[in-house]
Design a protein around this ligand. Structure first.
Ligand code: NDP
Ligand code: X2X
Ligand code: MG
Ligand code: MG
Length: 330
């Protein structure tokens, strides 16, 4: 293997025990890190904005909750898990001035460090511990006894043992059960942004929508198109995750496999690959980051897109069909 993949035998979560550990934010990633570390025996305090309604939820789960400024004051380890676009202001006003000298400061994504939005004091030990998956799945897989792979990176290491803290953190959220790779803030940020845009989120939803619309426009029923182009995606992807493309292709019919080989490149064309390269270039030269931060000043485009995407037929049909699946929580 080209890289070292760390597993539980390489991590020692005990070094987090007896320390004051703070998770800032209790959203998608925040709740997953906080609860998984807590269940792993770490004494976790959650830092939230003043007046946050989430405080009650945190306390109901058995964890301590405080305002961000109070929570980080005497903390040994602080993990920032509020939205990327909020981190600059909150860090400058409430976190950095209250962090004790020599504290460990963690991030779940390298965005604010790579694009120099946060000012890192030289005395701080700065690390990344990022699961490669959505927060709710980080929690769900942990509770099921499995885990979500993760990345660690070290940006500043005055103490000399920041990597041990990062590995312990990755063990705490369940990452070391699946495999943890050491990277840099730059590599994590650029690959993460590329993956979510081109493949995982932007790529997949557009592929599903294009398939759905092609069938519906040709006169097929939207419910059939939903099962075919959206629901079954997970069943196929689960097989790829468990056994790779080969095992998935062993399970599907020869008919499907032949169609797969002759059709994939008709859909993901040279032009699509050129598009991917452009996406990557905009991430590498900072264009995407600038545009995103600017968009967050008004959220005009995002709000408009949220509305039109929610109104798309694939969502309406999907909602109805999912409503009939007894195992899905309402
Ligand atoms: N979403 C994901 O699955 C993944 C996210 N990441 C990274 O993790 C980090 C967190 O992302 P994510 O979990 O999606 O974030 P969320 O949007 O889910 O974070 C919500 C939490 O942040 C708090 N919050 C929101 N805005 C503010 C603010 N202005 N001031 C103070 N607190 C605020 C909320 O407070 P309240 O409870 O009061 O509303 C809530 O507790 C990011 O760096 C992201 O890139 C990395 C991997 C995957
Ligand atoms: C879930 C995840 O890993 C993402 C897609 O990178 C994110 O939410 O930023
Ligand atoms: Mg990611
Ligand atoms: Mg991401």
């Amino acid at each position: 293997m080209a890289v070292t993949v760390y597993t539980e035998k390489d991590c020692n979560i005990d070094i987090l025990k007896g320390k004051k550990v703070v998770v800032v934010g209790f959203g998608s990633q925040g709740h997953a890190h906080a609860l998984n570390l807590f269940d792993s025996g770490v004494d976790v305090t959650v830092g939230l904005r003043e007046g946050s309604k989430t405080m009650e939820k945190v306390r109901a789960a058995g964890l301590k909750a405080d305002t961000i400024a109070n929570a980080v004051k005497d903390a040994d380890v602080v993990m920032i898990l509020i939205p990327d676009e909020s981190q600059g202001k909150i860090y400058a006003e409430q976190i950095e001035p209250n962090l004790k000298e020599g504290a460990y400061l963690g991030f779940g994504h390298g965005f604010n460090v790579l694009y120099n939005i946060v000012n890192l004091r030289p005395d701080l030990n700065v690390f990344l511990a990022a699961p490669k998956g959505p927060g709710h799945m980080v929690r769900r897989t942990f509770v099921q006894g499995t885990g979500t792979p993760g990345l660690i990176a070290i940006e500043q290491d005055p103490s000399g043992n920041t990597k041990e803290i990062a590995l312990a953190w990755a063990q705490g959220f369940g990452g070391a059960r699946a495999g943890v790779i050491e990277t840099t803030f730059k590599e994590e940020t650029e690959t993460d942004l590329f993956g979510e845009q081109a493949v995982l989120c932007g790529g997949v939803t557009e592929l599903m929508k294009a398939g759905f619309e092609t069938l519906v426009e040709a006169g097929y029923e939207p419910e059939m198109a939903y099962f075919e182009c959206v629901h079954e995606m997970k069943l196929i992807v689960d097989m790829i995750i468990d056994g790779g493309f080969t095992s998935m292709r062993d399970s599907i019919s020869n008919t499907a496999e032949y169609g797969d080989y002759i059709t994939g490149t008709k859909v993901i064309t040279k032009e699509s690959r050129e598009g991917m390269k452009e996406v990557l270039k905009d991430i590498q030269d900072g264009t995407f980051a600038r545009n995103f931060i600017k968009e967050c000043e008004t959220m005009e485009f995002m709000n408009e897109k949220r509305k039109t995407e929610q109104e798309h037929q694939v969502e309406k049909v999907g909602n109805e069909l999912r409503g009939m699946m007894s195992w899905l929580k309402k």
